[in-house]
Write a protein that binds this ligand. Sequence first.
Ligand code: NAD
Length: 424
Amino acid sequence: MSHEIASYLDPKNLGAWGTYLEQIDRVTPYLGPLTRWVETLKRPKRSLIVDVPIELDNGTIAHFEGYRVHHNLSRGPGKGGIRFHPDVTLSEVTALSAWMSIKTAVVNVPFGGAKGGIRVDPKKLSQSELERMTRRFTSEINMMIGPQKDIPAPDVNTNEQIMAWMMDTYCVNQGYTTSGVVTGKPISLGGSLGRRDATSRGVFVVAREAYGQMNRELSGARIAIQGLGNVGGHAARLFAQAGAKVVAIQDHSGALYNPNGFDVDALLDHVSLAREINGFPGESITSQQFWSSPCDILIPAALESQITPANASSIQAKLIVEGANGPTTPEADDILRDMNVTVVPDVIANAGGVTVSYFEWVQDFSSFFWTEEEINHRLDILMVDAFKGICDVAKKHDVSLRTATFIVGCERILKARQMRGLYP
Ligand code: NAD
């Protein structure tokens, strides 16, 4: 289907935004009378492009391009991460903001969808340059964010420290301290216990449920993981603790295979020091070999558009749980469906992060903090309930889990849109 797209998004290079639009097309036949409102999902509510100038340590001035996009705010304030990566574009950030709208609706937390980023390779910046860039960017997007307006969080190449700088900059500009402006903060600044591994815990919980539905147990299951960062790294640990074997891994530095399972604690120690898997013991394999490696569960936890028609048909796993946002293209989705591979889509699989972000935001507002057990328990219940609801919708309409998840998310957003009505 051809789309009337926002004119500032390059129609020849839609990338992840094109994937998202295709997903909306696939869900539209199931939306009934709400279809009248579906166009609202195909365009962001507002987008901001900012120039981020900083003085480098060598005295020269560098300029970076930054973005913050509010995709949909029908159900609450914007929510979504901040990405620092050299390939960040407005189109990518727009897609990621849209997936946040769907995700917050799927787990039924009272947020809309937003996302931001800076087109930069942060590995090339010193710590003080990184801080200056983060603070200037926060100031430039100041009019978009706030505890009641839009609450950023970490994403690729951003972390607790970046959130601390963002919170401090926002609070200094406002003239008072308000910790709820970002989530994924350090505990000492009002962060939540359990947030650090919440996304991975959600991935683990839905993998456990989906694998259970296949009458299989995680103990002894062979896992392949792309990306050993915040999401993939903690996921590796949780799967290993459940007795599964992490047999294949890939990151920006290469791919490794070990049929007996890696020592995950040693692997994560190596990654935290070296910032990459390169140098860790294991059989070095190519990217193509990684995708075709013998495994039961595959967890893409790096970037978008990684599972494509070029590698989908060689995948051995019977279950794919999308830790990353948008890792599978629609064409690859079709190939996997024909191969009878179950794909648990990103908008439920990695929703554990935004769920505990919601818990963090609630705790900040009430200034009353919960125990880690409470948080993990509430997360488990919420993810299991959401996943069961999606499985019921998938059965009812005889559709893939992705389409079912989009039916649940889009219905919630569009019902809110319809109830609020158009102004004027
Ligand atoms: P991160 O920066 O902590 O880790 C990213 C990982 O991807 C690293 O291991 C890196 O080496 C790897 N990687 C980068 N480029 C690669 C390439 N070309 N090939 C293979 N590997 C590559 O990021 P993260 O926070 O773990 O996010 C990973 C994914 O999960 C992203 O899609 C993000 O949007 C999504 N996500 C993150 C969160 C969160 O709470 N952090 C929540 C929901 C979804």
